[in-house]
Design a protein. Structure first.
Lengths: 487, 212
C-alpha cells in the first residue's frame, strides 16, 4: 500500500468503521437481560430511594426490561462485590459492566482522552492539588471530573476519599477506566440528556476548559438556544444535517454523526490540536491493537504500524493505526460541511489555527523558555507554586491561554480576545516580564528577554516607546496637540 | 388422707428428699436465672479484654446510645430468651472462654488488638449464622415488625411487604460492631492488608500471625 492509499485507509478507519447509528444497536439477545431476581429490587426501591427507581422506570432500560440486577450484579470474587438484601451486587456500574450490552461504545471510549483523564493529570496533582489545595480538594474537586482511583476498604466499603465519583476517567475496582454516568445521568440514561451541552459543561466550564461560556457566546450556542425544540434530541437516529439542522451541540462536532461521518464515543478523536498545554502542538492519534490510544506531537516521527510504543499508563502496546492531525481535522470538517461551504470551513479553521500559532509564538514558547532558564539557573526552586511567577506562568497558559485558544476553536470572539489573549498579553507584559526582572536582576532578565523575544516581530512594538496612539497612551507624536483624548 | 392410705414407699426419708430436692431445684433454677442474668451483662463480658475490644465499637453504636433510651446489652442480643436456652447459649459460649484462657497461655492471644482484628471476621460470620438459625429471635425481643416505623416514609411498608422469608439479620448486619463484609464477598487478603495498615505492620505479617 503506498502512502496516499494508506492515509485514505486510515481516514476510512477513523470515519466509517464505527457504529452505524448514533448509539449502536445492542446486538446481544434480549434473553441475556431481565434477570428475574432483579424484579425484586424494584419493589423495595420504590419505597427506599424511590427517586432512582422512578428515574429508572422512565428509562429506555426499563422499557426494554433491563432491571437493577442486569447492571449491578457482581460475582462474589469481584473486588467491590457486596451482598445487598441477599443479592451479590456492586454499587459501581463500570464501563466494563455497561459493555455487557454496549460493546461498541465501550471499545470506542477505551483509551480516549476521556477514559485516560486520570493519567493525564496524575503528574500535576501532587503540586497543584497537594500544595495549593489539599486532599479534600482532590476528592471533591479534581477527581469529580477527571475521575478517582476507586479503592475498596478492608471492610468491603468504597473508600469515601475516592467515591462517590463519576469522573470521566475513573479507575474502577474492576480495572476498567471511565464512567458512562459522567455524561449519561443515572438512572434514567436519557439520550436526549446526553446530547445536551449541559452533559459536557459539568466539567467543561472551568478556566482550563471554559467551553460552556464559549459555546453559549458563539453563534452555534445562540442558534441552539433559540431552536432547541427543533433539535430532535429524543430521536433514535441523530445525524446532523439529516435528523436536525437547527444547531450543533458539543456532541454534534466532537462525537456525533454528521452526513457520512459516523458517531464515535472517542470524544477527542476529531481534535487536531492540544489546546491545554503551555505550547499547543498538533497531534497524531495512535490506535493500539488492544483498542487503547495515545496522542503524540506531530513534530515526532509517526510510529509505524506494528511497532511497539509506551502507552499512557506506561505499558507497551502494538501500534494498529495512526491518524495524522490533518486526518483528524478532516473528520471534524465533515461536520462543518453539513451546514457550511468548504471555503467557509477552511477559512474558519485558518483563523483558529492563526490564534493558536500566535499564542505559541508570542507567549507560549517565550514564557516557557524563560521559565526553563530560571529553573536551570537555580533562580527558581524546582517546587512548583512556591514563587509568584509560577502562578503567573501557570495562569498564562492554563487559564488565559486555554481560554483564548478554546475561544478561537469554537468561535466566541469575546473569549478569544477579552477573556483570552488580552489577559495573556496583559499577564505577559505587566506581570510575567517584571517578575523575571525581579527574580533574575535587570541585566540577566534583559538578556533572557532579548534572547527569547528580542527578534520576534510580535514584540517589536516594545522597542518603540515614542509610538503614539490616537486614543490610548499619551499623544506625543508630530501631529500631537499634546493633549489626551479627554482633555 | 390418713397415713394408712399412703403408698408404703413414701417414707419420711422420701418426703425429706423430695422437699430438699424441690428446694434445691428451685434454688438451682434461681441460680441459673441469676447466673444467666449476670453473665449476660456488659460488665461480665468485658472482664475479658478481648470482649472489651468488641465493646468499644458497640459503645459508639445506636444500640448503646438509642434515642429511645432503651439500651441493649451484650446478652440482650447474643443470649436467647428463656432460662434453658440462655443456659445452653452460655455453655456453648464457654468455648470462647476456653479459647480466651488457652490463648492467653499458648496463643493466639485474643487480647492483642491485632490478633483480635484478624480473627474478627470469623467471629462475625459465626455470630451471623447464629442469628440466622434463631430467626433473629433476640432482635425481636425489642423490635416488633408491626411497630417498625423508621425515619423514612416507607420504612414501615418495606418491613411489611419486603421481608417474606427473611429475618432481621438477612438485611441488617454491621449495626453494632466493627464492620465486616458478608462472608460471601469477604476478601481475606484485603482484610489482612487493612489490619496491617491500621497497626503499621509489615506486609504479609498478618498472614503469619493468623496462622499461629
Amino acid at each position: 500500500m503506498n502512502p496516499s492509499h494508506m492515509r485514505h485507509f486510515l481516514l476510512c478507519i477513523l470515519i466509517f468503521t464505527h457504529a452505524l447509528s448514533f448509539a449502536a444497536k445492542v446486538s446481544i439477545d434480549p434473553s441475556e437481560w431481565g434477570d428475574p431476581l432483579g424484579e425484586e429490587c424494584v419493589s423495595c426501591h420504590q419505597k427506599s430511594s424511590s427517586g432512582l427507581a422512578q428515574q429508572w422506570q422512565k428509562s429506555a432500560h426499563a422499557e426494554a426490561g433491563v432491571n437493577c440486577l442486569d447492571c449491578h450484579k457482581a460475582s462474589v470474587d469481584d473486588v467491590d462485590a457486596i451482598t445487598h438484601e441477599g443479592q451479590v451486587i456492586a454499587t459501581i456500574v463500570s464501563p466494563l459492566d455497561c459493555s455487557r450490552c454496549h460493546k461498541v461504545e465501550f471499545e470506542q471510549q477505551k483509551g480516549s482522552v476521556h477514559s485516560e483523564a486520570v493519567s493525564l493529570i496524575e503528574n500535576r496533582l501532587p503540586a497543584l492539588a497537594g500544595h495549593v489545595g489539599g486532599d479534600a480538594i482532590v476528592a471533591a474537586g479534581c477527581d469529580q471530573c477527571h475521575g478517582s482511583k476507586v479503592t475498596v476498604r478492608g471492610d468491603g466499603s468504597l473508600d469515601p476519599r475516592t467515591w462517590p465519583n463519576s469522573g470521566i476517567g475513573r479507575i474502577n475496582p474492576d480495572g476498567s477506566k471511565g464512567s458512562c454516568s459522567s455524561c449519561h445521568g443515572k438512572h434514567r440514561f436519557s439520550k436526549a440528556q446526553a446530547r445536551e451541552p449541559s452533559a459536557c459543561v459539568r466539567c467543561h466550564s472551568g478556566p482550563d476548559s471554559p467551553d460552556k461560556g464559549i459555546y453559549e457566546a458563539s453563534k452555534h450556542g445562540m442558534l441552539y438556544l433559540a431552536h432547541r425544540d427543533e433539535m430532535a434530541l429524543d430521536s433514535d437516529s441523530w445525524i446532523a444535517g439529516k435528523d436536525y439542522v437547527a444547531a450543533p451541540t458539543c456532541v454534534t462536532c466532537h462525537m456525533g454523526a454528521a452526513g457520512k461521518l459516523k458517531a464515535n464515543h472517542d470524544v477527542g478523536m476529531r481534535n487536531a490540536w492540544s489546546l491545554n498545554t503551555p505550547v499547543s502542538t498538533k497531534q497524531y492519534l495512535v490506535v493500539f491493537e488492544d483498542g487503547e490510544k495515545l496522542e503524540l506531537p506531530a513534530s515526532e516521527t509517526p510510529p509505524k504500524r506494528g511497532s511497539e510504543l509506551t502507552k499512557a499508563d506506561g505499558s507497551l502496546g502494538k501500534v494498529k493505526a495512526v491518524a495524522t492531525p490533518k486526518r483528524r481535522r478532516q473528520a471534524m470538517q465533515l461536520v462543518c460541511l453539513e451546514c457550511h461551504s468548504k471555503a467557509f470551513t477552511k477559512s474558519f479553521m485558518d483563523q483558529f489555527d492563526a490564534v493558536v500559532n500566535l499564542f505559541n509564538e508570542k507567549f507560549g514558547i517565550p514564557s516557557t523558555q524563560i521559565m526553563q532558564a530560571l529553573y536551570s539557573e537555580g533562580l527558581l526552586t524546582p517546587t512548583p507554586f512556591d514563587e509568584p511567577i509560577e502562578f503567573i506562568y501557570w495562569e498564562l497558559w492554563h487559564d488565559e491561554g486555554a481560554r483564548a485558544r478554546h475561544g478561537a476553536s469554537m468561535a466566541s470572539a469575546n473569549h478569544t480576545w477579552w477573556e483570552g489573549m488580552y489577559l495573556v498579553g496583559r499577564n505577559f507584559y505587566s506581570r510575567f516580564l517584571p517578575q523575571v526582572e525581579q527574580i533574575a536582576g535587570k541585566e540577566r532578565a534583559d538578556e533572557l528577554i532579548q534572547k527569547t523575544i528580542g527578534s520576534s516581530e510580535h514584540h517589536q512594538w516594545m522597542k518603540q516607546p515614542q509610538k503614539t496612539n490616537p486614543i490610548l497612551g499619551y499623544e506625543r507624536g508630530p501631529e500631537s496637540t499634546g493633549k489626551t483624548e479627554y482633555e | 388422707m390418713n397415713s394408712k392410705d399412703k403408698p408404703h414407699f413414701i417414707s419420711r426419708h422420701v418426703i425429706y428428699a423430695l422437699v430438699i430436692g424441690g428446694i434445691a431445684g428451685i434454688v438451682f433454677m434461681l441460680f441459673l436465672i441469676e447466673f444467666d442474668h449476670l453473665t449476660s451483662s456488659e460488665e461480665f463480658c468485658t472482664t475479658c479484654h478481648s470482649m472489651e475490644i468488641a465493646a468499644e465499637v458497640y459503645r459508639q453504636s445506636t444500640h448503646y446510645n438509642p434515642v429511645s433510651g432503651v439500651r441493649a446489652s451484650c446478652g440482650d442480643c447474643h443470649v436467647s430468651e428463656g432460662v434453658f436456652a440462655a443456659t445452653w447459649d452460655h455453655i456453648k459460649g464457654g468455648k470462647d472462654l476456653l479459647a480466651q484462657i488457652s490463648g492467653e497461655l499458648f496463643g493466639p492471644d485474643y487480647d492483642d488488638p491485632v490478633i483480635n482484628a484478624l480473627h474478627l471476621p470469623a467471629a462475625a460470620f459465626e455470630a451471623r449464622k447464629w442469628f440466622k438459625s434463631t430467626n433473629s429471635a433476640t432482635c425481636k425481643r425489642c423490635h416488633v415488625l408491626e411497630a417498625i416505623q423508621g425515619m423514612r416514609a416507607n420504612t414501615n411498608s418495606i418491613h411489611r411487604e419486603e421481608t417474606q422469608g427473611k429475618s432481621c439479620i438477612d438485611c441488617h448486619i454491621n449495626l453494632v460492631h466493627r464492620k465486616v463484609p458478608d462472608e460471601k464477598t469477604f476478601k481475606q487478603a484485603r482484610w489482612q492488608k487493612m489490619v496491617e495498615e491500621e497497626f503499621g505492620l509489615a506486609p504479609g505479617s498478618a498472614r503469619q500471625l493468623l496462622s499461629q
